[in-house]
Design a protein around this ligand. Structure first.
Ligand SMILES: [Zn+2]
Length: 871
């Protein structure tokens, strides 16, 4: 089935067809894999991109890494499942659509009503969703589309309801009043990690509540002091000890306040006046103190960010206006002692930057500390911490284990209800004070369902098992179907910035639902920055559309540029130059294949076993291939994608193309080996650059490369051939370099006198290659004594001297050799230092130390020879 390869590879003309070929083969779906059902499975669930916008370059990097892993494992005989999906991203999506509608028509969601807004959101969603899925295909992602999921589709709805009900029944979900992070603009609660912090200059006011109140306090939010019920001081602070436990009632700007003096060890006596006004309703910390000291909670600010009813002239004022009014009043009464500018950490909404109002509110929470029967009396937090502490959950890079544990240890109950319309409804109904929680609405009159929706992370936290058929595939503690086959998954590959938001929640929810981890390893990638190291953003206009890059350079080039030069957990830079360089390499690979396939018989050759090497060069290239296969495997198994690609590039470009193909032209008779080498590099490269390798494969092979066996290491490394060939190569390179240093034109043929004590046999064996591989030597004559000819270029490699007979400038040649000598001396010095370093010698593997010693001996030999020739 040989089809000649086109002169040049044009990705734009081939990629869509190749993707269709893969898709129609059915092999994206592990059920169709030509493997026994007992074959080990390997699963990655794609982190579902938000349907708020098209994919950016960061998503492309994620897809390139995951597809690399999946294709690599698929070629290694695993039943691989890579499951695609998208995330409804509740609050983010609603905000985007609301903003869009407001810009186009000036209408708000309240003008439209819930039904119409939701319709508009679904319409928006269908467009972006299909666009996103199309982008994934463009990149070559070998996802099993038959299992595609969406966080808000029917199957996921069922799973979400079921888990909510189970958690409620078990006591892991409760409704309670607690301080939440409230965004007055989004009109919704935010999770702790959806709150951002920024330093801002603000005023710190120091004042007294009333003339006869004995303690002065400081605050940046005087308007909330209308709801103070205590003043907290350090119990050791002698200034205030006498007041501890006392209560004071007085008028504070027209409001009656009753303040109790309480002791709290966390109050810093040296900060401000050493006394804090406690506002239980509007501060997390103060809420905690109120719980511990049984203080009254007075709500001052409402959900709109206005002062509530019951505060006289203050009611109805915005927070800002209330603050101004209150300060003016304190000044007038002579109660304000000072105001100063301070830098203060302000919490803001991650969606809209509005300052957060901590408010007490009735919300639904996941209890992270409550002991649960089904977890053997352990809490969700304890379970999620244990897997990281024991190391059963692996982090790549390892340093994120600590970050995960730190965050997990400080985790508070997770507020999961959101006051938005787009999302999973809460399976709870109310009738008066009655609460009913179940999969279906209760019978009877007068029940009203909770109007809130669930935090988007609740449904994405279930992603590994809700996509594999939970709860239907789980009965009496047993897994069935996909859940049994593919859960726990092997790797979660995601950005380090959602380690806390997402990864931790997935662990807790999987522990609760299935009693097992959602994944074995978490690979965290960094952020892709622009070429100047700046974050990409729409507003800065420095973002890169992956489709534009693919159109220009091809998907393979984009993939390879994202895989190379990036390391786990670290940010990396994107540049078009880098993609172009990878495009050039891919062209090189194409030309290598084209050249090999043009050799008579190579394309038709059918090898049933490893080829028989005939020459030293054959033995050498097969040895190098073996080493490459095992090194690339080691790197890939270790998630070192960039290093793996570098090793493969070196083999393909330097060893195969620059040396072996040149040798093949001289030695001839290499049909089988060339066929073997080409098949091997196509298989090795396929997971990195699937399109071009498949295209080449299709030109002379049957079946799809995608499910071919990844090369195995079945040839022992021929050390002897390797060392002989390396000696020749060093000689050839040294001859080429010294000729060009002496400005000898390439066409000029030179005679060589060879003086070698120990290597004469090897040189004779390699004479053909040594004279013909662009060395311009007309003949080699062996001599038994150093002839030291007058007009000659001197080339020294190990114990061997080549004199290239030519009329040259002796002074220049002497200078060149002196320079060469200096370089050698420096190398010897450095290596000796290294080997004299006890720490290195004791720590490095014995093999490495031996290699370094051999290298040193060879340099010394060479230096001695060089010195002899100058004398
Ligand atoms: Zn907001």
């Amino acid at each position: 089935m040989k089809k000649e390869l086109a002169k040049a590879y044009v990705p734009q003309e081939n990629e869509n067809d190749i993707y269709r070929l893969w898709e129609s083969s059915g092999f994206f779906n592990p059920d169709n894999a030509p493997l026994p059902k007992t074959a080990q499975t390997y699963t990655i669930i794609l982190p579902p991109p938000n349907i708020t916008a098209k994919l950016h370059i960061g998503h492309s990097a994620m897809l390139a890494i995951e597809d690399l892993l999946i294709r690599y494992k698929r070629m290694n005989g695993y039943r691989t499942l890579w499951l695609p999906g998208t995330d409804h991203a509740a609050i983010a999506t609603q905000m985007v659509v609301e903003k869009k509608i407001f810009e186009e028509t000036g209408q708000t969601r309240h003008d439209l009503g819930k039904e119409i807004l939701l319709e508009k959101i679904w319409e928006f969603l269908r467009n972006t969703q299909s666009e996103i899925l199309g982008q994934m295909r463009k990149l070559g992602a070998s996802l099993d589309w038959s299992r595609e999921a969406f966080t808000l589709d029917q199957a996921r709805q069922k799973a979400v309801n079921r888990l909510f009900v189970e958690m409620y029944q078990e006591g892991a979900i409760y409704r309670g009043e607690r301080i939440v992070n409230w965004c007055p603009h989004c009109q919704s609660t935010l999770a702790d990690d959806e709150v951002e912090y920024s330093e801002q200059t603000t005023k710190l006011y120091t004042f007294k509540y009333a003339p006869d109140f004995p303690i002065t306090i400081s605050t940046t939010r005087p308007e909330t002091k209308l709801g103070d019920t205590a003043v907290a001081v350090n119990p050791k602070d002698e200034r205030y000890q006498k007041y501890l436990g006392q209560e004071f009632s007085f008028d504070f700007v027209g409001q009656k306040l009753t303040i109790k003096i309480i002791g709290d060890r966390n109050v810093d006596p040296d900060f401000g006046t050493g006394a804090l006004g406690v506002t239980p309703a509007h501060s997390m910390v103060d809420w905690q103190m109120a719980q511990e000291n049984d203080l009254a909670v007075i709500k001052v600010i409402n959900e709109q960010g206005l002062i509530r009813e019951g505060f006289g002239n203050y009611s109805g004022l915005s927070v800002k206006d209330a603050r101004e009014k209150l300060i003016a009043e304190l000044k007038e009464k002579g109660l304000l002692i000072s105001e100063e500018e301070v830098i203060h950490n302000i919490s803001t909404c991650y969606r809209c930057d509005t300052p957060i109002e901590p408010l007490p509110s009735k919300q639904w929470f996941v209890s992270v500390d409550c002991p649960l029967e089904r977890l053997g009396g352990k809490s969700l937090k304890e379970k999620a911490l244990a897997v990281a502490q024991e190391g059963t959950l692996k982090f790549i890079p390892e340093r994120f284990n600590k970050r995960y544990q730190d965050w997990m240890s400080n985790l508070h109950d997770w507020c999961i209800s959101r006051q938005i319309w787009f999302g999973h409804p809460i399976p709870v109904w109310y009738r008066g004070a009655e609460i009913y929680c179940d999969l279906k609405a209760p019978e009877g009159e007068g029940w009203v369902q909770d109007v809130d929706t669930l935090d988007t992370w609740f449904s994405s936290g279930m992603w590994t098992f809700s996509t594999l058929g939970w709860p239907d595939n789980y009965r009496d503690g047993k897994k069935f179907g996909d859940l049994a086959n593919f859960h726990p998954t092997q790797v979660l590959e995601t950005g380090y910035e959602i380690l806390t938001l997402w990864v931790s929640r997935m662990v807790m929810m999987s522990m609760f639902a299935l009693g097992e981890m959602p994944f074995e390893s978490v690979y965290l990638h960094g952020t892709i920055l622009d070429k100047h190291g700046k974050k990409m953003s729409k507003s800065k206009g420095n973002g890169v559309d992956p489709l534009v890059a693919i159109n220009e350079y091809g998907a393979d080039a984009l993939r390879l540029s994202l895989l190379m030069g990036s390391t786990p957990g670290n940010d990396s830079r994107y540049s078009a130059d880098k993609v172009e360089a990878k495009r050039n390499f891919i062209n090189k690979l194409w030309n290598i294949a084209r050249y090999i396939l043009a050799q008579p018989g190579v394309a038709e050759c059918q090898l049933n076993s490893d080829p028989e090497p005939k020459t030293i060069a054959d033995r050498w290239i097969l040895a190098e291939l073996s080493i490459t296969i095992s090194e690339v495997r080691k790197r890939l198994d270790n998630f070192e994608f960039s290093l793996a690609a570098e090793i493969l590039t070196e083999f393909t470009r330097d060893k195969l193309a620059d040396w072996y193909l040149e040798i093949a032209k001289i030695e001839g008779g290499k049909t089988e080996i060339l066929n073997y080498l080409l098949l091997a590099i196509l298989r090795l490269w396929h997971p990195f650059i699937p399109f071009v390798t498949e295209k080449i494969w299709q030109s002379f092979q049957t079946g799809v490369l995608m499910i071919e066996q990844w090369p195995t290491f079945n040839l022992a490394v021929d050390e002897q051939a390797k060392s002989t060939f390396t000696f020749w190569r060093d000689l050839i390179v040294a001859i080429r370099n010294s000729r060009s240093a002496n400005k000898i034109a390439p066409g000029v043929q030179l005679e060589a006198l060879v003086f070698s004590v120990n290597n004469q046999k090897d040189i004779a064996l390699g004479a053909e290659l040594i004279t013909k591989l662009k060395t311009g030597l007309s003949s080699l004559t062996f001599v038994n004594e150093d002839p030291k000819p007058e007009n000659a270029i001197t080339v020294v490699v190990q114990d061997t001297i080549f004199y290239l007979l030519a009329a040259i400038d002796p002074e220049k040649e002497a200078a060149r050799i002196t320079k060469e000598r200096e370089v050698l001396e420096k190398l010897i010095f450095n290596l000796s230092e290294r080997l004299a370093n006890q720490e290195f010698v004791s720590r490095a593997p014995a093999k490495i130390v031996d290699q370094e010693k051999e290298k040193l001996a060879a340099y010394q030999l060479e230096l001695n020879k060089l010195k002899e020739t100058i004398l």
